[in-house]
Design a protein. Structure first.
Length: 397
């Protein structure tokens, strides 16, 4: 296999690109059974049997990897402790390490590099893992992703946007350099020597969840917009809020990075109720989602800029590379001092089953990475009528 990394390029050099999930299961299974199911699940997905190769010209590709490094281990660390212990240890994607699995006192924990897939992808992996654990037969899943050529024609960037891309590619060409895995290692070492993340998890039972859903139905807004209004109530001033969006063009249960996103700017109005603010936020979200250009602009930009220029954004953001040009570019692309105030990913009701015979999923917690362009990352998922929300932020040591 050989697939060019285009729309996923921003995930390559970002020093915090790991999606985390904790899965609490019910049923009596041994470590040996869990480990065997993990490795069989990895073998099913073509993308997890690849590695990332950075060529001399700066292009990067998924390529075949005979012995991928994804691992499954037993640990005494809890979920948040595992996130902190692993965030500074770079995933060796050049050797096929995309997932680290653990059996911990908190349950099963899966940490996945974003180049292995998005949040839905990790859910599909967990479904395969659980199916294998229950003795079911599973089919191999071929590689799939979302290069620029697959994006809807109507989402193509308007003329002025394309002019913007060409202008920055031309400026970058005068000083262009290709970054390597050595640059990546240096960035990780320097950044995580001074930083760690903080995770706060909230759980809502069926009664609380249903009350919120009833309020959303009454006022005509989504749960995501309602929760956004709740958080913005305590954040005065105009705020920039990003929302992750599933960019899949067809309904296939495969692993790959299909995450795109929209953002809205909103100032909470204290003269209105939370529900009334939520309705306004919901209208802004729907407007952007209905516009193909807005919906897929993130992927177009990432895929059409010089790939090494995209790499420079992540390295500029973590302090591992700096020029006047890339500093200005980082500010424009929200990788500089001004970042998204909130970045929200709602995986909704988990798109996988929870009952696997003798074993079943009790609940799942989803923690998104604190990406370079975000301040406060929020992950939401609902399983078995229980909603769990994680707040993931960056701290200095």
């Amino acid at each position: 296999m050989r697939h060019k990394i285009e729309t996923e390029r921003e995930n390559l050099f970002d020093v915090n690109m790991v999606i985390s999930m904790r899965v609490r299961i019910l049923g009596d299974v041994s470590f040996g059974q869990l480990e065997e199911a993990f490795h069989k699940a990895v073998s099913v997905y073509e993308i997890l049997n690849s590695k990332v190769v950075i060529e001399n010209d700066g292009n990067a590709y998924y390529a075949d990897c005979v012995n991928p490094l994804s691992t499954f281990t037993e640990t005494d660390l809890g979920f948040e402790e595992l996130i902190n212990a692993n965030e500074s240890v770079r995933f060796r994607i050049e050797a096929g390490e995309y997932i680290r699995g653990f059996i911990s006192p908190d349950g099963l924990v899966f940490l996945m590099h974003h180049l292995g897939g998005d949040g839905k992808s990790l859910l599909y992996f967990i479904e395969t893992f659980m199916s294998i654990l229950s003795g079911a037969e599973v089919n191999n899943v071929p590689f799939d992703n979302l290069p620029v050529s697959k994006l809807p024609e109507e989402s193509r960037l308007p003329f002025l946007y394309r002019l913007f891309v060409k202008s920055w590619n031309r400026k970058w060409k005068k000083m262009r350099r290709v970054f390597t895995y050595e640059d990546m290692d240096s960035a990780y070492d320097a950044f995580w020597h001074e930083h760690k993340t903080k995770t706060v998890i909230e759980e809502y039972g069926s009664e609380e969840l249903n009350a919120m859903l009833d309020e959303c139905k009454r006022c005509g807004c989504s749960l995501t917009s309602y929760l956004t209004a709740v958080w913005l109530k305590y954040m005065p001033g105009l705020r920039d809020v990003g929302f992750a969006v599933d960019g899949r063009l067809k309904d296939e249960r495969t692993m790959g990075n299909f995450a795109t996103g929209i953002h809205v700017k909103y100032r909470y109005d204290d003269s209105l109720s939370i529900a009334e603010n939520a309705v306004r936020i919901n209208a802004l979200m729907k407007k952007n989602l209905a516009d193909p250009v807005m919906r897929y602009s993130v992927l177009h930009f990432t895929g059409e800029f010089d790939p090494a220029l995209i790499d420079s954004l992540s390295l500029e953001a973590c302090g591992a590379f700096h020029t006047k040009l890339t500093s200005r570019f980082a500010d424009i692309m929200t990788y500089g001092k001004k970042k998204r105030d909130l970045s929200i990913t709602n995986l909704m009701r988990a798109c996988i089953k929870t009952d696997y015979g003798a074993v079943r999923i009790d609940d799942i917690t989803f923690v998104p990475p604190v990406v370079s362009y975000g301040k406060n990352l929020i992950g939401i998922i609902t399983v078995n009528d229980r909603m769990i929300i994680s707040h993931h932020t960056m701290d200095s040591i």
